[in-house]
Design a protein around this ligand. Structure first.
Ligand code: SF4
Length: 732
């Protein structure tokens, strides 16, 4: 046990400055054995996080990947990669890859190998049978931010226009729905305005609910390259790796961020830091906002957030002095019961101080998954394919004309969100579910409920690289999918940059690309004719270009994949054909937003109490988040790498403050029980000042953590509030 705790401590307390941003040779990975000397190099965008690093994949004479190194010429990562990027090929060779379709034998209860023909028949018969008994909308799907844009678009089109599904959502609901809604309301479109050069251009960087040091290490490396000796303000209840490197850390109470942001806005007004000219010319609603925040006095803000008046003023003064202030947020904001208004409170700060559209500025949402941005444009879930509106008949007609389908095949109703689909299963409204490249049984909030929900399904299909994920093990049918590196298509990163992921390896056995699986399902279902033009990812990309025309993200000017690669990634928009895109571009330089009147809007609401408060029985607030830069989500890929496993704690653990540990007699390394109102789980205690008294922290990568979380949702984005629930910790 001591050894495990030492490993934990090392992982948590090791060198902090981009400690895991590695360069050729660091693992010996840059040295290719002579027998594997590369015959060629292909460049591909990493398939883990939204940074969108370019990797040079070294190929042998048969065109198979033997190794990779980060691409020094790519403007995103400048020759760097985090451990996940370096190990991107390893999960492909995992021994538990699913290499053939698996169908559950009703007699033995076992998943058994079957042919693709049998699998497709089972898919169609079971789902059509459910539709015949319970109606078209009784089948549904949950997909992912991890597949390429062309696959997302084909899946969304197939599900809604071909298979007759209405309720379709993806795991991007868990990470980026809030940013999507916040931007859409405030700017008129889901438009993150920044470019990564802004990390280097700012003189003040304000991070809230973000820990880029480990969650986005290459972005953090860009901050470290900033030559302006910037002030770095970090707002986070926990003393994260990023907070340790900040010039000011505001260790506020969990979920007090909305109040803090309103208090800051009020202070900035009192400091005269507002840019009146910009506000008058380019925004709407500022007068009402000023009136609203008048009650957020420094004293009230201090009382409700735990941040002293002096700390608040110091922070406001730093922002006021800044010439180029950038505001960055990610899951600490997005995963909250009042997430959208919190994100918009950040946007409000940028707007009122005129920190937008200029180098080093912006209200900047850092995305989570490698293609969450593609999902936001083309998932066909909340928005109609291409950022259109399902409820708008003209939009439906426009999309139908581009796709060459009958407009009546496009539903006019919106889909339920992820949590509503789960509720729909519980009620019996949804009886068939197709899960693609996500691990719901591990990652969904209040996860313990999933087993009962699964029992309500007549048929569960899971499409994944592995049959060993918690979700795949529950499936009636497993469809074996190719992974990153075994197929091609476009990812869109956090700064709106399109990059191409290339096929550099063959999928094992009978596994197929998700794109090919969707094509086969279309044929088996009998709607293949509808998707004839979607003959390949490259052909699908040309359809997506047409869908983009006239939209804020218009990228019709991109010729093809080769154009993207020649330009080292292209940020949207790029409407003009033949245009030569600058390597770094930001939005709103002209102060024109995508709203009808061209003005950005101030949105605000009274803060609401955290849905589940600590009390005498559950006196601690559990925070959850990323553990290390070597881990990714539920670990279905990163756990396959021995190197990544060495870089991350392998035991489920809970960080607890020494004061709280002493109160219940817990020592460092002790086995403890963490209990919420929903479940009790075992963990190893890590006694540390990283968490404040009254709070504990558990990394989300361990399978039990979401048994504890409380199912609350932001009312605007319906994003789950993973970050805070009440627990108690006792000796096991
Ligand atoms: Fe870059 Fe993210 Fe891949 Fe790491 S996981 S190499 S930061 S894209």
């Amino acid at each position: 046990m001591k050894k495990e705790v030492d490993a934990l401590l090392h992982a948590r307390q090791g060198p902090m400055t981009s400690e895991l941003v590695l360069r050729p040779g660091d693992f010996g990975l840059g040295h290719v054995p002579a027998r594997l000397k590369p015959a060629a190099v292909a460049k591909s965008i990493c398939g883990f996080c939204s940074t969108g690093c370019s990797l040079k994949v070294h190929l042998n004479a048969s065109g198979e990947a033997v190794n990779l190194t980060p691409d020094p010429e790519y403007p995103v990562n400048l020759g760097m990669a985090c451990p996940k990027g370096w190990e991107a090929l390893t999960p492909l060779a995992a021994t538990d890859r699913v290499t053939t379709p698996l169908l559950r034998n009703r007699l033995t209860g076992q998943l058994e190998p079957v042919s693709w023909e049998r699998a497709l028949t089972a898919f169609v018969e079971n789902f059509k049978g459910i539709q015949a008994r319970h109606g078209d909308h009784a089948i549904s799907l949950l997909s992912t931010g991890q597949i390429v844009t062309e696959e997302m678009a084909l899946l969304g089109a197939l599900a809604k226009f071909g298979l007759g599904m209405l309720h379709v959502d993806s795991n991007t609901r868990q990470c980026m729905a809030t940013s999507h809604v916040a931007y859409k309301q405030s700017f008129g479109f889901d438009a993150p305005p920044f470019t990564y050069a802004d990390f280097e251009e700012s003189d003040v960087l304000f991070f809230i609910g973000a820990n880029p040091c480990i969650a986005h290490p290459i972005m953090w490396q860009r901050v470290m390259m900033n030559q302006h000796q910037p002030a770095i303000i970090v707002v986070d209840p926990r003393r994260t790796e990023t907070a340790m490197l900040a010039t000011q850390h505001l260790a506020l109470r969990p979920k007090a961020d909305l109040t803090l942001l309103y208090g800051l806005a009020r202070e900035l007004i009192y400091l005269g830091a507002v840019k009146r000219e910009f506000i008058d010319a380019h925004t709407a609603g500022f007068a009402e906002f000023v009136q609203f925040i008048e009650t957020f006095t420094p004293e009230r803000t201090a009382h409700e957030t735990g941040i002293s008046v002096e700390e608040l003023r110091r922070c406001a003064e730093t922002i006021a002095r800044g010439q180029r202030v950038s505001f960055w947020w990610t899951m600490g904001v997005n995963q909250s019961h009042e997430a959208t208004r919190t994100a918009q409170a950040i946007i409000n700060l940028a707007l009122m101080t005129g920190n937008i559209g200029r180098p080093g500025t912006g209200a900047n949402s850092i995305t989570g998954q490698c293609n969450a941005m593609g999902s936001r444009l083309f998932g066909n879930a909340t928005s109609l394919l291409g950022g259109y509106d399902f409820a708008n008949a003209a939009h439906r007609a426009h999309v139908a004309a581009i796709l060459g389908i009958d407009p009546t095949q496009i539903p006019s109703e919106k889909s339920w969100a992820y949590d509503q689909i789960i509720d729909g299963i519980e009620r019996g409204d949804i009886r068939g579910l197709w899960i693609i490249a996500t691990n719901t049984a591990h990652s969904w909030i209040n996860q313990g409920r999933f087993a009962a929900i699964r029992a309500k399904l007549d048929f569960l299909v899971v499409q994944d690289m592995y049959a060993t994920t918690e979700t795949a093990r529950l499936a009636d049918l497993v469809l074996p999918a190719a992974g990153w590196g075994e197929k091609e298509g476009v990812f869109i990163n956090s700064e709106r940059r399109l990059g191409v992921a290339r096929k550099v390896a063959r999928a094992p056995g009978l596994a197929l690309s998700d794109f090919r699986i969707f094509q086969l399902i279309a044929e088996a279902w009998g709607c293949g004719a509808m998707f004839r033009e979607w003959s390949s990812p490259a052909a699908a990309f040309q359809i997506l270009k047409k869908l983009s025309v006239g939209q804020p993200f218009d990228f019709f000017g991109i010729r093809d994949y080769a154009h993207i690669e020649e330009a080292r990634g292209i940020q949207w928009p790029l409407p003009e054909r033949g245009a030569d895109p600058a390597p770094e571009r930001r939005l709103f330089a002209d102060g024109k937003f995508f709203t009808r009147d061209g003005r950005a809007k101030f949105f605000f609401d009274e803060p609401r109490p955290m849905p589940e408060q600590a009390d005498a029985h559950y006196p601690l607030i559990l925070l959850t988040g990323r553990g290390t830069s070597a881990q990714w989500h539920t670990g279905s890929r990163t756990n396959k790498s021995a190197i990544l496993r060495k870089l991350a704690p392998t035991v489920q653990h809970v960080e607890i403050n020494p004061a709280d540990a002493a109160q219940v007699g817990i020592s460092d390394g002790a086995k403890v029980t963490v209990q919420s109102r929903r479940a009790a789980v075992e963990a190893v205690a890590l006694v540390t000042h990283v968490v404040q008294p009254g709070q504990v922290f558990m990394p989300m990568h361990f399978p039990d953590v979401n048994k504890l979380t409380f199912p609350a949702y932001d009312p605007h984005s319906r994003q789950p509030s993973y970050k805070a629930c009440a627990v108690r910790v006792t000796k096991a």
